[in-house]
Design a protein around this ligand. Structure first.
Ligand code: ASP
Length: 364
């Protein structure tokens, strides 16, 4: 009798014994599988991917000086995250550090550079998710918290909750000793003028489009001034754990306490053990199509590669629905996807080789 059959018969006998004891035995693994699992797997390709928002970005709309400044901040953000990963730090720390740098820059629609609401205020949203533990923290409607991503992290680590909003969230920030700033901190002339243009355009424009009606949002009066700027990061650390985070001021001229997809776990931000996503774009669509989770679910359930899953959601499903924007995504092998269906998306990657790669437009 071949050895493999003898091993199987012995296992069946053991099985009967274990079952009578109430345990669940496992048949010995066939030799060939043992050999396969003994082969050392390649180390995951750790690294970080960031975005600084998607929208109507073409070379004509960006001066060389502004482009250079923007690339420098994106590079600094990548370096901050990469520095943590290179020392064996966690993907969660890397994502938080990278986003903080983008929040502190007036160039992006998050933190310091947040866009204005219809009422002339700034209301900030953010979320962070640890793919390894599935812990998550999210905040929305903040008006005084300098770094919303830090508060999202505090919600995740220091409270029993996942999401906090408005005044309550800010009381929690105070309790946790996070930096609070006067509303004037968020004032930038550029964002203020963008609101004025949106208000003027709105007076002349037909009523705003309704849910589910495909439209070129970024070409609409409200959208033209919401071109870009939400920030996000995903990272894979040397332990093979993923994390994702997103921070935003939302959309210019937003009203009535509107909250977009960025702080909604599964819509604009999501991470599990196999996949991490941060999104940017017209939030209402990203919420209704649960974009971030849909990409990761396709990777998990259908065996689709990350790139194919990301493309299907962003370049097909969202395009058909009329939802403009893009995502950054990583899987547990370190594969990266950065599809966008808008004209451009600020984005960058940095892997174990320490080479920062930053891009804005569709062509390199
Ligand atoms: N997704 C953000 C929101 O809808 C906006 C953006 O990404 O530009 O709030």
């Amino acid at each position: 009798m071949p050895a493999v059959c003898r091993r199987a018969l012995a296992a069946i006998a053991m099985c009967a014994l274990f079952t009578s004891l109430g345990c669940s035995p496992v048949l010995p693994t066939p030799r060939s599988d043992v050999e396969k699992t003994d082969v050392p797997r390649p180390a995951p390709r750790w690294g970080i991917v960031i975005h600084g928002g998607a929208g109507v970005l073409d070379r004509a709309s960006l001066s060389p000086e502004r482009e250079a400044e923007t690339r420098a901040v994106l590079t600094a953000s990548l370096e901050a995250g990469h520095g943590i990963l290179a020392k064996g730090g966690s993907s969660l720390d890397a994502v938080t550090a990278a986003i903080r740098i983008l929040e502190d820059s007036p160039l992006f629609n998050a933190g310091k550079g947040a866009v204005f609401t219809h009422d002339g205020t700034n209301e900030l949203d953010a979320a962070l998710m640890n793919g390894h533990t599935r812990e998550a923290g999210a905040v929305a409607g903040l008006r005084h918290v300098r770094n919303p991503i830090a508060l999202a992290r505090a919600v995740m680590e220091k409270s029993p909750h996942v999401m906090m909003i408005g005044e309550g969230a800010e009381r929690f920030a105070e309790q946790e000793g996070l930096a609070l700033v006067p509303e004037s901190y968020f004032y930038t002339e550029e964002r203020w003028q963008a609101l004025q243009r949106a208000l003027a355009a709105e007076k002349k424009a037909p009523p705003p489009p309704q849910q589910g009606k495909p439209q070129s949002f970024w070409e609409s009066p409200a959208g033209r001034d919401s071109k870009f700027g939400t920030v996000g990061a995903v990272a894979l650390d040397q332990a093979g754990h993923l994390a994702a985070g997103t921070s935003t001021g939302g959309m210019t001229n937003k009203r009535f306490g509107r909250v977009g997809d960025s702080p909604i776990i599964g819509a604009g931000t999501y991470a599990d053990e196999g996949c991490a996503v941060s999104a940017t774009g017209h939030g209402e669509y990203f919420i209704r199509y649960t974009v971030a989770r849909d990409v990761c679910a396709r990777v998990e359930y259908s065996g689709m590669g990350l790139g194919a899953a990301a493309d299907r959601v962003v370049m097909d499903i969202l395009v058909k629905a009329g939802g403009e924007g893009g995502i950054i995504a990583m899987d547990a092998q370190g594969n990266v996807a950065m599809p966008f269906n808008s004209k451009g998306m600020y984005r960058g990657t940095m892997g174990a080789d320490g080479i920062a790669s930053v891009a804005i437009f569709r062509d390199p």
